[in-house]
Design a protein around this ligand. Sequence first.
Ligand SMILES: *Cc1c(COP(=O)(O)O)cnc(C)c1O
Length: 384
Amino acid sequence: MEIVKRHMNNIHPKRKVLLNPGPSTTTDSVKLSQIVSDICPREKEFESIMRDIRHDLLKIVNANPSKYSTILFSGSGTLSIDVLISSLANENSCILVVNNGSYSQRAVEVCKYYGIRCIEIKSKDNCLPVLSDIENVVLSNDKISLIYTTHHETGTGILNPIREIGAIAHKYGKTFAVDTTSSFAMIPIDIERDNIDFLMSSSQKGITSMAGITFIIGNIDFIIKSGSFPKRSYYSNLYRQYDYFEKNGQMNFTPPVQIIYSMKQALIELFDETLEIKYARHRKAFELLYKRLSEMGFKFYVDCGMNAGLLLSILYPKNNNWSFERVHDYCYARGFTIYPGKVIEQPTFRLSVYGAIDYNDIERFCRVFRKALVTLGIDIPVQY
Ligand SMILES: *Cc1c(COP(=O)(O)O)cnc(C)c1O
């Protein structure tokens, strides 16, 4: 009985503002859209929802459905990195990873796990890759079949020049794959103009629904070609899942049914708002966040000009009273979630503007955050 009562109360859950880069704050309508009659996912009714979602996701990056296909998997975003790399490498393939952050590093690790040859072009996490270095490496290694990078490195907030990297890939006949997990439906992407063959994201980031679905949008010709590549996973092979979708309109194995409903609702809300207005809303929230933190004296790991405008990686100030955990707990108790950093060389924390939030939430947050500092005895402006 207690559990039932608790569930009934949760039908009107208290709104929380998540300033971590996904899972993001969702609307009540997205939350409630998960409460549906039980349905077998093999029913036609469910199949049509799946078809609409796959099509809607193509629209977000202006992908032509006769050239690109959306392949959904149950899992978090990292599964798409895993699927993409393990499915798109032939026996003698070599993957070039343009690596300036922890998410591209993850792709390097996936290559290692599968014993797939990988060349890394590594730059510091707060520096952009040098395009001529990429071109030189491509020219001197004819085994490279695929170039891989991350669009928005969510560990730092840096935005990589994917169109230019993609142009190099295509100039030399290589496939170009990008992790757009944290930029999809946030920053405008045009899959063909940006020279992308494969990209990925998941349900809980820019789409703003619940965590549980990840997806790859890829060039159909290349997916079909990969059908003859080594199969390194039974459950999570790209061609296998694509083929099943083509033949049956469904995922090969049981999907997270309720998450699919929440994705559908989130996509309806996204197209209602329009991508342009959504982008402007996030930008406005970000600019206010940047302004308020700068006023409080905070410094950032990535230079403003290289930042994607969605996330700040903030350096810990020099003050004996500073404690990320205590600031976190103060804010968390007041409905705001702040997030630890991901930079190895310096202690940082992160704030981002994903989800169903706007500049008013950021204004309220900044007041709470300032109070947290005052309560902890940290002088403002903070010192370095
Ligand atoms: C969030 C994210 C992922 C996936 O992380 P999960 O925790 O597995 O969902 C992958 N790449 C980038 C750039 C991300 O921001």
